[in-house]
Design a protein around this ligand. Structure first.
Ligand SMILES: [Zn+2]
Length: 105
């Protein structure tokens, strides 16, 4: 279901992600409390994960982005983190494998 959405969502419908470098710590915390930010992402690696993830904490502030939902991260073509979102990562890898197989036909 998520993947159907990913491929059919028009580009202009995709919500803009929040950049860590563009928001203050105070508004970041307010957004987390309000549930507007639930996941973090690495802009360079195109990986998203939990805000509590250790590999997420290690990245530079200028590379960090935030998402409200997993769907939003997928719309921006981010993939799940292999550490904190292991189950999603395995599912994602399986889906990509299927897509590759489809293309080679
Ligand atoms: Zn992680």
């Amino acid at each position: 279901m998520r993947w159907v959405l990913f491929f059919t969502t028009p580009r202009n419908k995709i919500r803009k992600m929040e950049w860590h470098k563009n928001i203050s710590d105070a508004s970041l915390h307010a957004k987390i409390r309000a549930g507007e930010i639930r996941l973090g992402g690495n802009e360079k690696l195109k990986i998203y994960g939990l805000l509590s993830c250790i590999s997420g904490k290690r990245m530079k502030r200028e590379n960090r982005v935030f998402f409200a939902t997993e769907q939003e991260a997928l719309q921006h073509q981010y993939r799940p983190c292999g550490h904190c979102l292991k189950a999603n990562y395995i599912e994602w890898k399986g889906k990509i494998g299927d897509l590759v197989k489809c293309r080679s036909h």
